[in-house]
Ligand binder design. Sequence first.
Ligand code: AMP
Length: 459
Amino acid sequence: MTLFTDLRLAEPLTRALAADGYETPTPIQLQAIPPLLEGRDLLGIAQTGTGKTAAFALPILHRLAAERRRPAPRTCRVLVLAPTRELALQIAESFGRYGRFLPLRVTCVFGGVGERPQIRALQPGVDILVATPGRLLDLIGQGAVALSNLETFVLDEADRMLDMGFIHDVRRIVRLLPAARQTALLSATMPADIASLARDLLHTPVKVAVTPPATTVERVTQQVMFVDTAKKRELLIHLLGDQNIRRALVFTRTKSNANKVCEALERAGISASAIHGNKSQGARQTALSLFKGGKLRVLVATDIAARGIDIDDVTHVFNFDLPNEPESYVHRIGRTARAGRHGVAWSLVTPDQGELLTDTEIYINKEIPKMDYNDFVPSERPPGWRDAGERRDQGLQLANAPAPGEEAPPAAAPVNRIAAAVNPEIPAAADPSKFPGGLVPTKLPPRRMFGRIPTGRGR
Ligand code: AMP
């Protein structure tokens, strides 16, 4: 068995690892550390929970320590790009922890907070900069940091960069990097766009693929519960009545559902907080640290907000909403059963989700057993539940809708849209050559967007 001490890492690193109780490298560490130490490029197919951060952080720290040199002001020697603030912070913390016996400067920059402290931190030059793409481009634009002296570039969670629409920002950053550099690209999946980015970025890379889903999934007891949409919140509260559920991560598909679930739990006296993209950075950090510190029993999260967050000791993962993509199911349930522990993942499945459940089961190559919850007696109408029709009555009214008490006009006869399109009936009175107001355009508009939406950034 290979130990960390066999990998010939610098002594301050093996000392930090030993102090943290890390003895044996994980598969990705075992395969990625030696070629990265040699200066090779890396294509790593791995997700959170595999030990991928240490797989690139340790050799990078080793090389920085071996070739000690002061970074020039407003430059960095290593750049790590991550898609979310949480992941960026976590990576920076890992560099700080593994490198705590080395005199190296690590800085993390991300959006949603003031730029001033970040500009100040970059001023003397840093060894390792961990950044989210948008904020990094802003800082580069202001001259707060330049990438011309970069030695190593890491793109982490590349597929999530694509999902979150950051891929153009990433490509703009890549254009600013010196050609002579070491590069590592890590991604949980390899969609075509990422494969093409990898071809552009990497020079004869070593490819390492680790598949934790199978091993992680095996340690998770998975069960599904069939339930009506209207009863889901009540069932979740009922299940959380079991005090063996010490720390639960509840996944919802949307931000608004995360809020609603969280409110319902709080009303039921269960300590909970929600994290999603609409929450401020401060609120997300507070919720996370309360949850990690055991002061919150339940964290309700959307996939994107929870992606990459490393929380140990989650006893239960609830799929309050089954995810649309089976890959997300594996990511979600992998949040429990970390570090060799055992975990439980329960999914609430509504009657219309049979096909989605089947797709998920095909993906994990396993039938997820059904769990009965006979002790659950739902109320007739769950508290706070409103039917779709009710919402319309209370909400906005259509301008031409009949006033209350007024009779609705007779419904228009159904139109055969296909026949109407093939054989349009042009009213005799209207002149088809005339546009409203008599203005007939003679040429195409000067600039057509072809369906693109201007974002304002990058132009
Ligand atoms: P990551 O996949 O980088 O998010 O790491 C997942 C978790 O595993 C983190 O909490 C690390 O601190 C931990 N970890 C990484 N490598 C090892 C190792 N070789 N032995 C024990 N724990 C590790």
